[in-house]
Design a protein around this ligand. Sequence first.
Ligand code: ASP
Ligand code: MG
Length: 424
Amino acid sequence: MDRLTSVHKFGGASVRDAEGVRNLARIISSLQSQRLLIVISAMGKTTNALESILFASQEGRSEEAMVEWNALEMRHLAICNELFPEGIPEDLQRALEAIGQRGQQMIGQTDATYDRAYDQMVGLGELFSTRIVSAFFAQNGLPNQWVDARDLIKTDSRHREAHVDWQTTEQNISNGLPEKGILVTQGFIASDPRGTTTTLGREGSDYSAAVFAYCLKAKKVSIWKDVPGILNADPKYFSDAVLLDRLSYDEAIELAYHGATVIHPRTIQPLKEKNIVLEVKSFRQPDSEGTRIEDGLTAPPTLPCFIRKSKQAFIQLHRKDLTFMAEEHLSAIYRIFDAHKTRVHLSAHSAVSSAFSIDQDLRILSSLEREFCPHFDVIIQTDLQLYTIRHYTEDSIKRIEKEGMTVHIQKSSATCQLLLKPHG
Ligand code: ASP
Ligand code: MG
């Protein structure tokens, strides 16, 4: 194993403006590794902006889409003007123009399916950001190679949530990169066997970093965030949240799986398999330790960990014909969820009924209801909050119960899940 590579992932918040890019360059200059692979997300809220442009365009509001597109291009240009006061380098200018043309061409086109068009449009954010960062590095003593992740990470054609073809990807990555130096690449995007851009799901750049690290047998992945690391709760809602300085892979998988948004849930498994250390730390305080996830830790965190998911819908299904809820019904139900690309965050079953909590999306809910109705009486409650407490205590449950009216509660030995209708 070479273990000469370290992978660093920088999210949108870290590169949202010119100062962010300068800070990123300072961090990279301070690192020592034979090969540094830097995985970058789209700048700031670019991905949301691109979603909105695509949506307007697909709804036939092309003019609106074009106005938003121009504003997005201007934001990138403004950052470049700050980063390159002597003038934007020519090759960067050309690269940005090419991305700009692609975006404009796509507006008003309605021949691709929504999900396919989504990946082509939304993937442009990472092309903008990596071109800019790579050019800035080059001008500031950090010679580097810009790498197109789509040439390396290969997936199926499940647009917006593509699945990695590990064998081809591993071959591409292990043969396709220089052994030394700084490499700058995109998170989130990949391509299918025909070369069409795919994406790995929202917030998927962490996962891209893990895919690269796995295939390169990296020694470490660092995810640089605007929080000090992984906390036992979201500090936005819990003023007493504390940093978890070390976690086992399994615990981190559980936290991410239940919705801790600090890391993408698919990120950890590949790292665990190759024993690659994962570090989550703050780009604002690069010298602070952050959270370290590695092998050999077995003790669970000594504090309860709270994960909060808002905007949940609770779907209760009761068999219409009073037969029992059997395996065949459950598998049919899950197939329907899967066809809607919907993840179930909580499920509960009794003899004649089942209940599920999912993210609330009104379009999907009405379609689900139509599909379930012929066989089940369907009750849907919306605007709920789901709390998952890992390593719960009675006090921690009481604390959450104060937030609203309990709609459902269930416990296993390590995890308690509470679905609440919030007060007010
Ligand atoms: N830019 C993408 C998103 O915002 C991917 C990522 O940031 O991880 O979802
Ligand atoms: Mg992002």
